[in-house]
Design a binder for this molecule. Structure first.
Ligand SMILES: [Zn+2]
Length: 270
């Protein structure tokens, strides 16, 4: 693998989240509504696909926001033509089969790389797909998806070149990210000998894998999840997404009988 590319893909993105980044709340809600109408905003059948493709590929300096709004209109029209029932159906509700817990990383758009459509995946993403046991946001997403949407699959997905995982493998002070990444550092501490026996790239990947496994453990310690597993066969999966190839790998996350019995004894509630 191109280790230089990997490090460029991970470390700078973490730095991008640091103090030098412009304020995240520097938003202008009315800009979209008041956005000046121009020919560039008007969907056109004459818009060459090649131009759109060029705009979407990284490396140039095209303004992504303006391009995105233009793309949206084209995408909505094309999707409505290809799947006439999709939007009317979605307007009445959602019945996703998958709860996806992944990283916020821009390179990990789950619905896109799964080849699925709006309505197929209920999503919770955060930096480094960390699941804190007391985190209200992820807990609410999991409970809503499992108990009310009755998803059939829960996926926890990590990925290669994850900036959050790389940060937890380093020792820089990262401000608010430090408490967020605490579970990753705890995994690093608990698996120090193993991680130190590996190359830096291998160790980062191993920590990403351990993080997925730990995330699944957190999910499986929730009463609604244990009930759904027992009562209707809810399935849990651990995946790693390779941002350099677009390919998913499935981790073997099968628990032993002993682990399952201990978990049920400790966490099953009435
Ligand atoms: Zn990540």
């Amino acid at each position: 693998m191109a280790s230089e590319e990997d490090s460029l893909a991970s470390i700078p993105r973490l730095e991008f989240l640091g103090a030098s980044h412009r304020p995240l709340l520097d938003l202008h809600p009315l800009r979209c509504a008041n956005h000046k109408s121009s020919s560039a905003d008007t969907p056109s059948a004459n818009t060459p696909n090649a131009k759109t493709q060029t705009d979407q590929v990284g490396g140039d300096h095209t303004d992504r926001y303006a391009t995105a709004l233009r793309n949206n209109k084209e995408w909505a029209a094309q999707t409505a033509r290809e799947y006439p029932d999709l939007f009317p159906t979605l307007a009445t509700g959602q019945t996703p089969q998958i709860l996806w817990i992944g990283c916020s990383d821009s390179r990990c758009p789950e619905t896109t790389f799964l080849g699925l459509k709006p309505g197929d995946v209920f999503v919770h993403r955060n930096i480094a797909n960390v699941l804190h046991p007391g985190d209200l946001s992820s807990a609410a997403a999991i409970e809503y998806a499992v108990q009310y949407l009755r998803v059939k699959h829960v996926v926890v997905c990590g990925h290669t070149a994850c900036g959050g995982v790389a940060a937890a493998m380093g020792n820089k002070n990262l401000g608010i990210l430090d408490p967020w990444l605490l579970p990753l550092r705890q995994l690093r501490e608990r698996n120090l000998d193993l991680l130190q026996s590996l190359s830096p790239d291998e160790a980062t990947m191993k920590l990403a894998e351990l993080n997925v496994r730990e995330g699944l453990n957190i999910v499986k310690q929730k009463g609604v999840v244990l009930n759904a597993i027992q009562e209707r066969g809810l399935e849990l999966h651990g995946l790693i997404y390779d941002v350099g190839s677009g390919v998913l790998s499935e981790l073997d996350t099968q628990d032993s009988e002993e682990v399952i019995r201990a978990r049920l004894t400790a966490f099953k509630t009435e």
